[in-house]
Design a protein around this ligand. Structure first.
Ligand code: 5RP
Length: 231
């Protein structure tokens, strides 16, 4: 396993230490979340955890959870969760995030918002001083509004790119939408950008997760750093 994968696994294990038996929890998406699913399955199998039921944030997470024997429920049956554990693409010193490089941002944001606590698990390469340093902001739009949204986003100073699969077809989210990846030169005011993006007709949501993180577990070569504030 590469160092980065070891760090992801360590972040996931530390976050899992904060999960309690007899709870309903949100299950994130992406490679760090996959480590978390394996760790959760092990804890359920060896009795360290009992009666933990998950709400998956993507079809891929649901598939892996089923393979690993993790019991699942839906947000309809269980709209209030104890916590959600998920990865991130960037995290700033205020624990604001960019998420969605895996394409699951919409369900991820909904599930995170349904949880009492939102645990973010990352390796230290995801740390940034300012959001947007490493990646663009994924913006999920309904296909009908794709061209209009691209035009409006261009007016904000970015060059939106329609996310594509390897074969060149448009990437389609679990909700049947497309994603526009938008690299901004500088995101000096993420809250203002959130309001501006959400005011564009056809935008469903975006990958800025602002003021949502309760605790971040950041694993790197110097060990684990835990950042926290109450929600
Ligand atoms: C998927 C996400 C992921 O949490 C994010 O992309 C981090 O992924 P990884 O753990 O593979 O680096 O937001 O939509």
């Amino acid at each position: 396993m590469s160092d980065i994968e070891v760090f992801k696994r360590q972040a996931a294990e530390h976050a899992l230490d904060h999960v309690q038996s007899n709870t309903r929890i949100g299950l994130g998406s992406g490679s760090t979340a996959r480590h978390m699913l394996h760790g959760l399955a092990e804890r359920l199998a060896d009795g360290r955890l009992e009666n933990v039921v998950g709400v998956p944030t993507s079809e891929a997470t649901a598939d892996l959870a089923r393979q690993l024997g993790i019991p699942l429920t839906t947000l309809d049956d269980c709209p209030e969760l104890a916590c959600t554990l998920d990865g991130a693409d960037e995290i700033d010193p205020q624990m604001n995030l960019i998420k969605g490089l895996g394409g699951a941002l919409l369900r991820e944001k909904i599930v995170a918002a349904s949880a009492e606590r939102f645990f973010v698990l990352v390796d230290s390469s995801k740390l940034v001083m300012q959001l947007g340093e490493r990646t663009g902001v994924p913006i999920e739009v309904i296909p009908f509004a794709q061209t209009l949204c691209m035009q409006r986003l261009r007016d904000l100073g970015c060059q939106p790119k329609l996310r594509q699969n390897d074969d060149g077809t448009p990437f389609c989210t679990d909700e049947g939408n497309v994603i526009l990846d938008c690299r901004f030169v500088k995101i000096a005011d993420p809250d203002a950008l959130n309001v501006t993006i959400m005011s564009i007709p056809g935008v469903v949501d975006h990958g800025l997760f602002l003021g949502m993180t309760t605790t971040a577990f950041i694993a790197g070569s110097t060990g684990i750093t835990i950042m926290t504030h109450s929600k």
